[in-house]
Design a protein around this ligand. Structure first.
Ligand SMILES: Cc1cc2nc3c(=O)[nH]c(=O)nc-3n(C[C@H](O)[C@H](O)[C@H](O)COP(=O)(O)OP(=O)(O)OC[C@H]3O[C@@H](n4cnc5c(N)ncnc54)[C@H](O)[C@@H]3O)c2cc1C
Length: 261
C-alpha cells in the first residue's frame, strides 16, 4: 500500500510571531516543531504499513529548515520525504497550500491513501486536508478517530461528529484527516534518529512542480489575512505563593472577596 502523509512545521511556542505587514507567520529564526496533530497521522501511516506492507512518504511545504521535521518523520518509520520549498510558495493560504501539495503528490505518483492531521496549531483552519482531496479529485473523511480496516480497495473508519461517531466506508484512493485519539505516537529510537539523519530528503521547487506562479504563494491565494490582534486578557491574574496552607487561606479569602464562596 502506498501511503502519503502531509506534515507541517509549526512554531514551538503558543506565542506565534506574525509579520506586522504581511500578517504571515515569521518562521525564520523561531523554534519550530512537527505540528502535533501530524504526529498522529504519521503514526497511523507507519502502523498501516506494518500491517499491509508498502511505503510511507512524507510531504511538507515550508522553509528549508522544515527538513528537520521530515528527518524526524523518517526516524519514526516513514521511508522517504519531500520538502517543497521555494520563495514562490511563501504566504500561501490554505488553497494555495493545497494546490502546491497536490502538484507534488501528482508528480510523485498518486498513493492509495493520504493522511493529514486534523489541523495545524498555527493557522488552525483544518482546511488543507479537505482542499487537497478536492484538488486531487479524490474523496476524503475528516476527523477520523479510528481506522477499523483498510485494504488496497477501501477503508472503514470511525469518524467523530458533533453528536458522537459514525462508521464510514470510503473507496481508495482517499484522504483522511485524523484526530488525537486515533493512536499514541511512538518516540523515535536511536537507530531511527540515525536513519533520519542519514536519509536523503528530496526537494521540489515551483519549477520542478511545473505550477503557474499565479496559483501558489501570496499571489495564488484566494484569501489574505488583513489584520491580526491579540485578545486583551479579560481577567486579572493573581499569583498565590507560600506554603500550601498559606495558599489555601489566601485562596479562600480571595474567593470570599469575589463572593464565590
Ligand atoms: C493568523 C492566521 C490566520 C489565517 N487564516 C487563514 C484563513 O482564514 N484562510 C486561509 O486560507 N489561510 C489562513 N491562514 C494561512 C494558513 O495558515 C496557511 O495557508 C497554512 O499554510 C495552512 O493552513 P493551516 O495552518 O490552517 O492548516 P490546516 O488546514 O489547519 O492543516 C491541516 C493539515 O493539513 C496539512 N498541512 C497544512 N499545511 C501544510 C504544509 N505547509 N505542508 C504539508 N502539510 C500541510 C497537515 O497535515 C495539517 O495537519 C492564516 C494564517 C495565519 C497566520
Amino acid at each position: 500500500m502506498k501511503i502519503h502523509v502531509c506534515v507541517k512545521q509549526v512554531p514551538a511556542s503558543n506565542e506565534t510571531l506574525l509579520d506586522p505587514v504581511t500578517h504571515t507567520i515569521i518562521r525564520e529564526g523561531t523554534q519550530s516543531i512537527l505540528n502535533p496533530f501530524d504526529a498522529y497521522a504519521v503514526e497511523e501511516a507507519v502502523r498501516i504499513k506494518a500491517r499491509c506492507g508498502g511505503t510511507v512518504t512524507a510531504f511538507t511545504m515550508g522553509i528549508p529548515a522544515a527538513e528537520g521535521i521530515l528527518r524526524r518523520v523518517i526516524a519514526v518509520g516513514a521511508d522517504d520525504a519531500v520538502l517543497l520549498t521555494d520563495r514562490a510558495f511563501a504566504g500561501s493560504d490554505t488553497l494555495a497550500t493545497a494546490r502546491t501539495l497536490a502538484a507534488a503528490i501528482r508528480k510523485k505518483g498518486m498513493p492509495d491513501l493520504i493522511l493529514c492531521g486534523k489541523m495545524a496549531t498555527d493557522g488552525d483552519t483544518a482546511q488543507v486536508g479537505p482542499m487537497l482531496a478536492e484538488c486531487l479529485s479524490i474523496p476524503h473523511i475528516s476527523d477520523v478517530a479510528e481506522i477499523e480496516s483498510v485494504n488496497e480497495e477501501k477503508c472503514t473508519v470511525r469518524k467523530m461528529t458533533d453528536d458522537g461517531y459514525v462508521r464510514l466506508e470510503v473507496r481508495l484512493p482517499a484522504l483522511l484527516t485524523v484526530l488525537k485519539e486515533i493512536n499514541i505516537p511512538r518516540l523515535p529510537s536511536v537507530s531511527g534518529v540515525l536513519r533520519g539523519e542519514k536519509a536523503g530528503v528530496g526537494r521540489m521547487t515551483r519549477e520542478d512542480l511545473g505550477i503557474d506562479p499565479e496559483t501558489t504563494g501570496l499571489k495564488g491565494s484566494a484569501t489574505r489575512v488583513v489584520s491580526t490582534e491579540r485578545p486583551v486578557p479579560a481577567r486579572e491574574t493573581v499569583w498565590i505563593e507560600g506554603t500550601p496552607e498559606a495558599q489555601a487561606g489566601q485562596l479562600k479569602a480571595l474567593l470570599r472577596e469575589e463572593k464565590i464562596c
